[in-house]
Write a new protein. Structure first.
Length: 314
């Protein structure tokens, strides 16, 4: 036994497996629970396999070997076992509100006052998950980005009743496992990542809908242009460097930028004939039967990018 505390993982799908690997990489004792115990065994095998491959190809995180990391990860078959004495429990069950609320109702009956319940949810506000709970002040969202092992952002989102020590402790645990947390001061729909992502998607939709660019060229604007900078700087620091600082950027560009934005259209709903137009162009480049192959390529590229970023720290 290492002297680190116990972390619980509820739900052993892709996201649960990634969290288990991240916690084990810094020597936490990790306990995984799933309604379907077969899934836990399956997850354990996949994790073992994945950690061994990464040890060989040099992408394993942490300073202990794959074998030691695997030994820190155990499966259990009851909710009681995963919650017992855990300092932090990461919930990773499917994105269905009624399922999550039902689980939180069960958790509420057995949770200790020192255990943090953190949800991986991409879309539900922490208040909606926890409002009916007696222990609602122990619930928070820690939203990862797929694949979490190689994309480090975690959005930490408290509800208005989440206790402040929970917010701070969650952030310090995320830093400890070497993810890159941001903490929202309060919950807002879409958190931060999806609000920014949707603003971009809306404009892409309009550019195609108005016949300005085709689908491939819209994607090229990001992948060969803005995305190159954004992988390192983010949009705000980008402006800071593109002038003599941000204040100077506003002096130079506030008028022209505001002028361009006067032409922006209202947020579209992604429905109607344009759906087929965009889908057809995407399918002709990457047919549905090739999605898995393309995802593997994406994850390999992200791995290389994350290694470059690690060596490229300013
Ligand atoms: N996949 C992504 O790209 C991604 C990214 C960020 C966040 N998330 C969020 O992470 C969560 C999990 O996503 P995933 O892709 O790993 O899902 P998944 O469907 O792959 O896995 C869910 C697992 O939960 C188990 N499960 C179902 N109900 C349960 C219950 N009541 N108790 C215990 N286990 C239960 C299932 O058996 C399954 O093994 C979701 O909330 C999702 O929105 C996913
Ligand atoms: C800031 O921008 C203006 C252009 O609006 C330019 O004339 C000025 O020299 C810039 N200031 C500095 C400190 O570079
Ligand atoms: C190493 O293996 C992992 C797990 O299969 C994979 O995700 C990653 O892309 C590989 N990295 C390299 C550099 O081959």
């Amino acid at each position: 036994m290492s002297e680190k505390g116990k972390i619980g993982i509820i739900g052993s799908g892709l996201i649960g497996q990634s969290w288990a690997m991240l916690f084990a990489s810094v020597r936490y004792n990790v306990v995984i629970y799933d309604v379907d115990y077969e899934q836990v065994k399956n997850a354990h095998n996949k994790i073992k396999n994945e950690l061994e491959i990464m040890e060989k190809n040099g992408t394993l995180r942490g300073n202990i070997g794959a074998e030691q990391q695997i030994a820190l990860i155990k499966g259990v078959s009851t909710l009681e076992e995963v919650l017992k004495d855990a300092i932090f429990v990461q919930e990773c069950i499917p994105e269905v509100l009624s399922l999550k609320q039902e689980l939180y109702g069960l958790i509420d009956k057995i949770i200790c006052p020192q255990t943090i319940i953190s949800s991986s949810t991409s879309t539900f506000l922490p208040s909606h998950l926890s409002e009916k709970m007696e222990h609602r002040n122990q619930v928070i969202v820690a939203h990862p980005v797929n694949p979490p092992y190689f994309v480090p952002l975690v959005e930490i989102v408290p509800s208005e009743w989440t206790e402040s020590w929970i917010v701070q402790k969650t952030r310090s645990i995320m830093e400890e496992i070497k993810q890159s947390p941001v903490t929202l001061s309060k919950e807002v729909p879409g958190f931060a990542l999806n609000r920014i992502q949707y603003a971009i998607l809306n404009e892409c939709w309009h550019l195609v809908n108005d016949g300005i660019l085709n689908v491939q060229d819209v994607d090229t604007v990001m992948s060969e242009g803005l995305g190159m900078r954004y992988a390192f700087l983010g949009p705000l620091e980008t402006t800071h460097l593109n002038a003599e600082g941000f204040t100077n950027y506003t002096e130079r560009y506030a008028n022209s930028m505001h002028g361009v934005c006067q032409h922006f259209k209202a947020p579209p709903k992604f429905e109607g004939p344009l759906v087929k137009v965009i889908a057809d162009q995407l399918n002709s480049k990457t047919p549905l039967e090739d999605l898995q192959k393309r995802r593997l390529w994406r994850d390999q590229s992200l791995t290389k990018l994350s290694q470059l970023k690690k060596y490229n720290n300013y």
